[in-house]
Design a protein. Sequence first.
Length: 352
Amino acid sequence: MRVLVLCAFLLLSYAVSASDLILARQVTLESKSLGEERELLIRLPDGYAPEKATYPVLYLLHGQWDMLPALSTLDLLADEIPDFIVVGIQSKGPELKPVKGEFTPFTRFLTQELVPYIKQHYATAPFSILSGHSNSGRFVMDRWLANDPQFSQFYAFSPSLDDGYIVERVMETSPESLPNRAPLVITIASEGEHMQAPFDKLAQTLEQQPELDFSFQKFPEQSHRTTKHPSMQFALQTTFKGWEPSYETKVGGLDGLTSHYSNLSKQFGFRVDVPTETLQKLTAYYAISEDKDAVDSLNQIISFTLKQSETGSDALFEIADYLSANGYEEAGESVLKGICSEANELIKRCGS
């Protein structure tokens, strides 16, 4: 399999200067299943550390069109969901048309070439989502019905149901076997009767299986095209409901906070650390606080931050500098003192 790595970028023009915003890496795979090369767009999380962490994967069909909407939604939900490796897969037209759950050339490419390639070359967690819109949403539903073990969850946004294929397959599937499938999220926009009628029939059929893990959402105010953003937001918030700890948990002590993320690790099957940004906010919170226990809490947060990540000291120094520059000189000094008492190797910055 030959790989050609390029850079996919968006050029932003300004009145005085211009810069490149790199959204993803472009990777070209030579596929035996397709008999041609196929382009992917791969976005790694900020702070990607393959030697220390693994990351869930979002496989995005129609990647040439839907990568940007997906990335913008992931950014907006950064505090509510895990960091993802996002794989945008160029795909369109007849190749996405399913055939009774059989392995079409594109299905073989996806499951036998692409997914193994991603697992081999990136630090992937044992949790992945297959997502598609329109005719790629229909493909997603076909893989869900096939009980494809490669994916942990399935997102089908405004899937093409008007040909009756998916509804027919659901009706033909043994009702007892449906609950054994992975969680499914389906959305629909204002599509017209040709889409609404099969959608309602599908929903009615699946709702008869109380043990089935699925979610339906209608977006009557959206068009077929504009439903991409709200659909992805709904799907991710449904999957990762409760991901972000409550305010009470955040300020209730380190034990409760670490317990929250430990439970997430057990629930989803991959390690989930306390986000560095959360630790920065708590550092500032306790540094400014006049509570009698604030100093002890501050030192606990600083110690934990330094131990959890090699970049923890940089994050803490950033907060110390921010506090000092914004009228909280005493708080900034408290953070610096806490860092230096924990990290003797930071001699230069600590003034020793």
